[in-house]
Structure formats: C-alpha cells, structure tokens
Design a protein around this ligand. Structure first.
Ligand SMILES: [Zn+2]
Length: 200
C-alpha cells in the first residue's frame, strides 16, 4: 500500500536510514505519522528542522549546542579548573547523566585513526592546549574510549600538555560493576590489576 503513495514511501525510506530502524519499524512509524493528528506530526518535523538549523558548535569546548558558549561553559556554578576531555558530544551527555561531574568539557571530535587519515591535528587538541595555556585549568581528565586508537589519542593529548602546569588523569578502567572475575576478558582483568586502588 505504501508504494501507492509516493510521499509515504519516501518517508519510509528516510526512516529506514535511521540507526536501529528496520523496514517494518519504518513502515509502522510512517503509518502512525500518517494517521496522527496534524499538529503532532508537524511538531516532529519542526523539532528536526529547528534542531538542525539552530545547532552549532561551542567555540570553547566544541560540544554541539544551540547557543555559543554552550550552557555548560556558560554555567558560572561549574568548576572551571577541571576539564574532562571526551571524543564526542554523546560522551558529554553520558557523563552529564551521572550528575557526578561539575567541571567543564572539551570535545576532541573523534580520535586519531591513521587508516582513515585522521591525525592529531584533525582533532581539537590544539584548542585544548590553548585553553590550558590560559591558566585557569588545574586538571585535565582524559575520558577517551578504552580502545587502541583512543588510547593513542589520549597519549598524544598528554604529550602536548607536557610542560604546562596541569595535572593529567584518565578514567579508571577495569572490572564492570556487577560482573565476576570468572567472566571478564584478560585485557579487562589486566587493566583492573594495573589500576588497582589502595583500600587502607
Ligand atoms: Zn561549551
């Protein structure tokens, strides 16, 4: 039936391109939108259009935002001596969800990936160094992913911050909460062992 209505077929095609949406789900959503009240369907269209047209990048931390500086950089109650370095805006959102971090962020916009031709200068490392040079930042927390390429990226950041009066730390890694020693991989266990913490 969808094929008989070209605009509906087009919507289904667009929805299928979204992550996690298969053909069946796309069809279900499209039919839902076709039958939904006009204002409900138009609100979705307006939200997408609004988000895309207003979205920009924070000139301080490179997070995606609709105001520059972003709400986090502009929040006077946050600790400006602490900067958490992440790869993507999504990582900022994940850390914000914990509610445990009250410092600022710096989004690298990816990681070093030689096979894709992405080198350190394609990231925002230089801007981070400039931020640290301005003197307010006391600690840089590297919260990059625990993968080979991201580890190389973290090392590069650390290297470039050498000689500047700032502490560089990285997130602890190791055993997942709720897991058991028996089932974790050797890599996870060796990370946990080398990152052990003193208890008394
Ligand atoms: Zn910002």
């Amino acid at each position: 039936m969808a094929d008989a209505i070209p605009t509906l077929a087009n919507l289904i095609r667009q929805l299928t391109r979204l992550p996690g949406i298969g053909a069946r789900t796309a069809e279900r959503l499209a039919f839902h939108l076709m039958n939904a009240p006009q204002d409900e369907a138009m609100a979705l269209a307006a939200a997408i259009s609004d988000m895309r047209s207003r979205l920009t990048e924070c000139s301080v931390c490179y997070n995606r935002t609709d105001a520059d500086p972003c709400a986090i950089c502009g929040d006077a109650s946050r600790d400006r001596t602490l900067v958490c370095v992440v790869e993507t805006p999504r990582d900022v959102a994940r850390i914000e969800e914990t509610g445990l971090f009250r410092g600022l962020y710096h989004v690298l916009k990816g990681h070093v990936a030689p096979t894709e031709g992405i080198g350190p200068d394609d990231l925002t490392i230089r801007a981070l160094v400039d931020r640290v040079r301005r003197g307010e930042i006391r600690e840089v927390i590297l919260a990059t992913n625990p993968t080979l390429e991201s580890d190389a990226t973290a090392l590069e950041v650390c290297e470039r911050l050498k000689g500047l009066p700032v502490t560089v730390t990285r997130l602890a890694r190791g055993l997942p909460t709720g897991g058991t020693l028996e089932y974790v991989s050797r890599n996870v266990l060796s990370d946990a062992l080398s990152g052990r913490q003193q208890m008394k």
